[in-house]
Design a protein around this ligand. Structure first.
Ligand SMILES: [Fe+2]
Length: 205
């Protein structure tokens, strides 16, 4: 496990899985245990272990790249829950998982007992990339990392679009919002992104 975060409202557990150090998260309402998994990326037994004791409602996926999807089939089968993904990445995901996703739309609210997650569509890394906002924490997938935006040199990536997504959809959040990215053990914050984005635009990646 790489980190656990509990602010009394929401309990988050994270694990780095697979060779690309993807973050898989289990996010639960601290009162009711209602939970989701974000990015069942790899190593299904470790993803399931994260959610042990939680009442998991769904597997949410930040985008359709293969490294974020490799444990979806065994995890949804084991838990009997749906797999949610933004429709703009459904075609991409179909190459990597046999599980049919349920469309997850911009501004969709995922209720978890006494709390909720808000889905924010942030195209750029892929057309269907999304972030999830819980109280105090943004799960940013591959849209925002410590030190810059996610890569846009893959097929369907678009640098101008990822910058627009960050500026228009993420920098409107409070500076104190912690940001947990889709890869690696290090968190960042909206304050850091606000401070550094002029440099990222200047360098062009
Ligand atoms: Fe990705």
């Amino acid at each position: 496990m790489s980190w656990t975060f509990d602010n009394g409202t929401i309990l988050t557990k994270a694990a780095l899985v697979g060779e690309y150090e993807n973050n898989a998260f289990a996010v639960a309402c601290a009162q009711t245990g209602k939970a989701v998994i974000i990015d069942a990326a790899a190593e299904p037994e470790r993803v399931l272990e994260l959610a042990d004791g939680m009442d998991v409602q769904a597997v949410l996926t930040t985008h359709g790249h293969f490294d974020h999807l490799r444990a979806v089939a065994p995890v949804v089968e084991s838990l009997g829950v749906p797999f949610l993904l933004h429709p703009d990445d459904h075609e991409m995901a179909a190459q990597y998982t046999p599980v049919s996703p349920i469309p997850l739309l911009d501004d969709e609210v995922i209720s978890l007992g006494d709390t909720s997650l808000l889905t924010i569509h942030t195209p750029g890394h892929t057309p269907g990339s999304v972030c999830f906002l819980s109280p105090g924490v943004l799960f940013s997938g591959d849209t925002l990392f410590p030190g810059g935006p996610g890569a846009t040199h893959f097929d369907y990536g678009d640098f101008d679009m990822i910058i627009k997504s960050i500026e228009e959809r993420l920098l409107v959040l409070g500076d104190e919002t912690d940001v947990y990215p889709g890869h690696g053990p290090t968190a960042t914050s909206i304050a850091e992104a606000r401070r550094d984005i002029p440099e990222w635009i200047e360098r062009g990646w």
